[in-house]
Write a protein that binds this ligand. Structure first.
Ligand SMILES: CC(C)(COP(=O)(O)OP(=O)(O)OC[C@H]1O[C@@H](n2cnc3c(N)ncnc32)[C@H](O)[C@@H]1OP(=O)(O)O)[C@@H](O)C(=O)NCCC(=O)NCCS
Length: 375
């Protein structure tokens, strides 16, 4: 995309500039915009629960990733200060009709047309690639009375909510291992009789399943299975109206993700369920802790293959993974998770553990028509 698009576009609302993240001057501008736009925007929405990805994290991902091509840019006000941030991310291995975008305006600069200028620009960039599905994830307050610029802006621009979801937080009380044990009581109750207490619930009582935990890198003997599980995430997780095709995963793609997390200084722990008779992995879950906030963890993907559902493998891998994590991060005080709002069984378990909703979110989606008026 970068070779075909203009570096600078000026509109009445702002000057939009594409950034070359390999250039030190542009990197500095990105860091400034991140601090002055992205961080305040997340604090505006979430208060002390805001945990924006660090600028370092984003820069590292953009430089190392080969699965996606990411273009980032800023909106500058008349005095040259950043007032907005935008990005376009193109999947390169699969989902070739899709483009993920991001548009953020600094809270003190809203309702002056900057968001509109950035979205016009970004949609134009997407259209130039020939892609037809534009998607963006953004958060809305859970309080129906609170101001919700995202829904107003997105719907005014023809975007529809394709996968209503919730961010829920588990605030450990008390922090650390005691809080985890308390939260896990409902999961342990579900595992009762199925997973052996004598093996710290790491083996099923009938010997069919055994849990395996690793840090940072999938053991070589499980690499292909783990890639297959990631591929199944893209077809088996609820998608509702969100346009998503089956992703294309192999061991190299898994290793690339691991290398990016390593370069970001992120700690990732995974627990998988091994089906003992076949020697194959049939379920897995991931937790990640960013370098900058070692007391905050994110629950990433969890999947149980359909043919192995009903054996409480989801609860088993999640409980074992949280116990592993808190051993290494004894000051852990919060775990954050995202679920489809329609996923009642998952939400029931999470709420029983003490998770509570802190944000509504969705994949806002729009299909671009070749005859679109907006250019
Ligand atoms: C949504 C967002 C990008 C809007 O940026 P902005 O610069 O304020 O947008 P604009 O000034 O171009 O507004 C365009 C129209 O969107 C609608 N809109 C935007 N904010 C609104 C609000 N708080 N309440 C009601 N309508 C709103 C209005 O129709 C507005 O037109 P108007 O001001 O003439 O009434 C900004 O609030 C933001 O960064 N939010 C967080 C991230 C996000 O939600 N990104 C967009 C995802 S699709």
């Amino acid at each position: 995309m970068s070779t075909k698009t203009p570096d600078v576009v000026t509109s009445a609302a702002a000057t939009l500039r594409r950034l070359d993240l390999h250039d030190p001057g542009d990197e500095a501008l990105f860091r400034r915009a991140h601090a002055e736009v992205q961080v305040p925007a997340e604090h505006w929405l979430l208060g002390e629960r805001a945990a924006p990805r660090s600028a370092d994290d984003l820069l590292t991902a953009a430089r190392l990733e080969t699965t996606y091509e990411t273009t980032r840019g800023v909106a500058l006000g008349t005095n040259g200060a950043p007032v907005g941030l935008w990005m376009v991310e193109l999947p390169l291995r699969d989902n070739l009709d899709n483009a993920y975008i991001g548009i953020t305006v600094a809270p003190g600069h809203r309702r002056r047309g900057i968001g509109t200028a950035m979205l016009d620009h970004v949609e134009g960039l997407v259209r130039a690639t020939g892609r037809t599905v534009v998607q963006t994830w953004d958060g809305m307050p859970t309080d129906p009375q609170a101001e919700d610029p995202t829904t107003a802006f997105a719907t005014a621009r023809g975007y529809t909510s394709s996968l209503p979801s919730l961010r829920s937080d588990l605030d450990l009380d008390p922090p650390g291992a005691a809080g985890i044990e308390r939260a896990l009581a409902p999961l342990d109750a579900e595992l009762d009789g199925r997973f052996d207490v004598a093996t710290a619930r790491r083996e099923s009582t009938d010997g069919t399943y055994r849990l395996v935990t690793w840090w940072g890198a999938v053991p070589e003997e499980h690499l292909e299975d783990r890639a297959a599980l990631m591929q199944r995430m893209s077809t088996d997780a609820p998608a509702e109206d969100m346009a998503i095709e089956e992703e294309d995963w192999d061991g190299a793609r898994v290793r690339e993700d691991e290398a990016i997390c390593r370069a970001q200084g992120k700690t990732v722990v995974e627990t998988a369920a091994l089906h003992v008779p076949s020697g194959r992995l049939v379920a897995f879950t991931m937790l990640a802790v960013p370098k900058a906030t070692p007391d905050l963890a994110s629950q990433w993907d969890t999947l149980v293959l359909t043919e192995h559902r009903g054996a409480r493998l989801g609860a088993a891998v999640k409980a074992a993974n949280l116990r592993a994590l808190v051993e290494r991060f004894p000051a852990l005080r919060r775990v954050t998770t995202y679920n489809a709002a329609s996923n009642a069984p998952m939400l029931r378990v999470n709420f029983a553990m003490g998770y509570h909703p802190v944000l509504r979110t969705t994949c806002w989606q729009r299909r671009l028509e070749t005859t679109d008026a907006h250019e």
